[in-house]
Design a protein around this ligand. Structure first.
Ligand code: AMP
Length: 280
């Protein structure tokens, strides 16, 4: 596996692959890798001839300086994991390579970006949309792999690729969970042992609400029960726990089409997000 940090070198390797008729997949990450990321790599390996993983903690998508400063950085371990997983090329640029002096362009997906996560993390999805656009343009990948763990992000990426005619196919991959149901996340590393024991309550409450809604329970009552259960378990605050249309993310108060239950909640110093499907 080669590690590259500059765009020119990256483009020249990819051009060689393309001349040889090989398809190229990319898995964008912020590092601190876990099995969730590796499942994206496995999907990319199955779907394309060559796989690029990117590790870049994107400052533009952090609306909180402390979250950016404390974001775990484990590049040597990440590189070893990616090599073991069969990645061909690790692209790990410095911030000034992605955002050189004078950088002035923002990609924004209207509507989708200012709801849910966007309400609580203003500007976050503009940072995501901008960096994803740049990574797709820099790599020239035919396919890109994103986790359903970040469901709203996945919908935003699908929309920007369509709206901007970017010639990459987006594949969403199922959320990988710990044995107790907690969605794998790099931020889980920051939970204390006690908080880690409480953390699965979020998924458990969401699964119970999804089952209740599928069983015909009124949506507002099922959501209120779930929010109360999360706080009772020891979370400090539930920012949102809502039922939304699966793709457009419009609010739903009845389960009359494919839906998604999405939530964000604070546990100690960590903000956890999760989502699950709720089929009618
Ligand atoms: P991140 O490094 O957190 O920006 O995540 C990089 C990619 O991995 C994103 O597409 C995430 O949605 C995906 N991802 C993160 N956690 C998981 C998980 N538990 N299961 C599947 N994919 C995940």
């Amino acid at each position: 596996m080669r590690t590259l940090r500059d765009v020119k070198g990256l483009r020249s390797v990819v051009a060689g692959w393309k001349r040889a008729g090989q398809s190229v997949g990319v898995v964008p990450t912020m590092g601190a890798l876990h099995e969730g990321h590796l499942s994206l790599v496995a999907a990319a390996k199955a779907g394309t001839d060559r796989v690029i993983a990117t590790v870049f903690v994107n400052p533009m998508q952090f609306n909180n300086a402390e979250d950016l400063a404390k974001y775990p950085r484990t590049e040597d371990r990440d590189a070893a994991m990616l090599m073991e997983a069969g990645v061909d090329l690790l692209f790990a640029p410095a911030p000034e390579v992605v955002y050189p002096d004078g950088f002035a362009t923002t990609v924004g997906v209207s509507g989708l970006s200012t709801d849910l996560e966007g309400t609580f993390r203003p500007g976050h999805f503009d940072g995501v949309a901008t960096v994803v656009t740049k990574l797709l343009m820099m790599t020239g990948a035919d396919r890109a792999y994103f986790g359903e763990k970040d469901w709203q992000q996945l919908q935003i990426v699908r929309r920007l690729v369509r709206d901007l005619n970017i010639p990459a196919t987006i594949t969403g991959c199922a959320t990988r969970r710990e044995a107790d149901g907690l969605a794998m996340s790099s931020r889980n590393l920051r939970l204390s042992a006690e908080e880690r024991a409480v953390a699965p309550a979020l998924h458990n409450a969401m699964a119970a609400a999804a089952a209740a809604i599928r069983g015909g329970a009124p949506v507002p009552a099922a959501l209120a029960t779930a929010r109360d259960a999360v706080v009772a378990a020891g979370f400090a605050e539930v920012e949102y726990l809502e039922l939304r249309e699966a793709e457009g993310l419009a609010p739903l108060d009845r389960l009359d089409r494919p839906a998604r239950l999405l939530a964000a909640a604070w546990l100690g110093p960590v903000r956890l997000i999760d989502n699950i499907a709720v089929a009618p």
